[in-house]
Design a protein around this ligand. Structure first.
Ligand SMILES: C[S@@+](CC[C@H](N)C(=O)[O-])C[C@H]1O[C@@H](n2cnc3c(N)ncnc32)[C@H](O)[C@@H]1O
Length: 343
C-alpha cells in the first residue's frame, strides 16, 4: 500500500511540474532551498505537536502515539485549553477549520453575550477562610464551600477570599493531574490512555471545551452530523465531534440546568476519551466553583487503572437511543452502537 508521505510527495510534484522547467537555474535553486526549509520547519512543528498535545499548558506533556505512522495521522488538530472557555456563535463552514481560524470572507465572531457574562460571574458568594501555612478550606476545617456527594461537588472559586496554591479545596482546578497519552486505533480513532497507574478515586482531568448556549449547541450538532455524513462544510470524511450535554437537577428538584460543552475544536485531553458501554473506568462529577454559575464536568478514576489502559466513560444511558454508528468498546456489555444524546 502506498504510504501517505509518498502520496503527498507525488501531489507536490504534480503541482510543480508545469512551472519548474520555465525557471532559470538561480530561481530554481532558490525554490529548492525554500522547499527544504519549509519541509524542515513543518517536520519540527509536527514533532512538537506530536510530543505534547497541550503545548506546555499542562504540568505533564501529553504525547500522541501512533502505532503505525504510515496509516495514522501524526496528531489531531484542535486548540488546546486546559480550562473551559465561553464559546461564541461559529460562522457557517467553521467545521472545516479545526484550528478555529476564520476565512477572510467570514464575519467576525459576535461580542460576548449576556450568557458569557452570566457563566463567568453569577453564583453564590465564596468563603472567608483564613489561609494558613499548611493550607485552608479542607472540608474538615468546615469550609462552607467544601461539599462532595456522589456526582456533585463544590470547590472554592473566584468569589472566595482564599486562593491557590494554599487552598486545599481546589483539587480539580490545576489541569490534568495524571500522566496520559493519546493513542491511535484503527476502529476508534484517537483515545486517551493512562501513562501511569491511577488509584481509584483520584482526579484525572476535567472535560474542558467551549460552554455554549443550547441554540448554538444544536446548530453545531447539526453541522457535525452533516459533516460526518459527507455533506456540509466539513468536506465529509472523519469528524470526531465532542459535544457533551450535561443536565444538573437543581436542589429544588423542580428545575434542571442544562450545560453544553463543545470540545471539538477547542478542548483538552478529555476530548479524546472514548465511550464504553460498561460505564468505563472514569466517573463524572459535576463540580461548581464558588462564584461561577456553570458546573464543570470532572473525571475521577472509578476503579484502579493500570498503566497503558484506555480511559473511558459512558456517553449515554444504556436504555437511551443509539446513533446507528458501530461501537467498538469491546466490553462484554457492548450494545453494538454508540449512544445518542438528544442535543
Ligand atoms: C469525543 S470523540 C473521542 C475521540 C475520537 N476517537 C477522536 O479520534 O478524536 C467521540 C468520537 O470517537 C469515536 N468513538 C468513541 N468511542 C467509540 C467506541 N466505543 N467505538 C467506536 N468509536 C468510538 C466516535 O467517532 C465518536 O464520535
Amino acid at each position: 500500500m502506498q504510504s501517505r508521505r509518498r502520496r503527498e510527495e507525488e501531489e507536490d510534484g504534480r503541482q510543480w511540474k508545469p512551472v519548474l522547467p520555465w525557471l532559470p537555474p538561480r530561481d530554481l535553486a532558490s525554490v529548492s532551498a525554500t522547499c527544504r526549509s519549509l519541509r524542515r520547519l513543518s517536520a519540527a512543528v509536527t514533532a512538537r505537536r506530536a510530543a505534547d498535545a497541550s503545548r506546555g499548558l499542562e504540568s505533564l506533556p501529553i504525547p500522541f502515539r501512533t502505532p503505525s505512522p504510515a496509516s495514522s495521522p501524526p496528531y489531531a488538530s484542535f486548540l488546546y485549553t486546559p480550562f473551559p472557555v465561553v464559546g461564541s456563535p461559529s460562522p457557517p463552514g467553521a467545521f472545516s477549520h479545526p484550528w478555529g481560524g476564520r476565512r477572510p470572507d467570514e464575519p467576525s465572531p459576535a461580542p460576548p453575550s449576556a450568557f458569557a457574562v452570566l457563566a463567568a460571574y453569577a453564583g453564590h458568594g465564596g468563603c472567608d477562610c483564613e489561609e494558613e501555612a499548611d493550607g485552608c478550606c479542607h472540608p474538615a476545617a468546615n469550609c462552607p464551600c467544601g461539599f462532595l456527594a456522589a456526582e456533585v461537588a463544590t470547590e472554592c472559586g473566584p468569589a472566595c477570599r482564599c486562593g491557590p496554591p494554599r487552598c486545599r479545596n481546589r483539587r480539580t482546578q490545576g489541569g490534568t493531574s495524571v500522566a496520559v497519552e493519546i493513542v491511535w486505533s484503527e476502529r476508534k480513532g484517537w483515545g486517551l490512555h493512562a501513562a501511569e497507574a491511577i488509584q481509584k478515586g483520584r482526579f484525572v482531568c476535567e472535560y474542558a471545551g467551549e460552554f455554549l448556549t443550547t441554540a448554538e449547541a444544536r446548530r453545531r450538532q447539526r453541522g457535525y452530523d452533516e459533516a460526518a455524513s459527507g455533506g456540509g462544510g466539513g468536506g465529509g470524511g472523519r469528524v470526531s465531534a465532542a459535544l457533551l450535554v450535561l443536565r444538573e437537577h437543581l436542589p429544588s428538584g423542580r428545575a434542571c440546568l442544562r450545560v453544553n460543552i463543545d470540545a471539538t475544536a477547542v478542548g483538552n485531553a478529555a476530548r479524546f476519551i472514548n465511550h464504553s458501554c460498561d460505564g468505563g473506568n472514569l466517573g463524572g462529577v459535576l463540580v461548581r466553583n464558588s462564584g461561577l454559575l456553570l458546573p464543570r464536568l470532572c473525571f475521577f478514576a472509578s476503579r484502579d487503572i493500570q498503566v497503558g489502559e484506555e480511559l473511558t466513560f459512558s456517553y449515554g444511558e444504556a436504555e437511551g437511543q443509539h446513533t446507528g454508528r458501530p461501537c467498538f468498546c469491546g466490553s462484554p456489555d457492548c450494545r453494538g452502537f454508540l449512544p445518542s444524546e438528544e442535543t
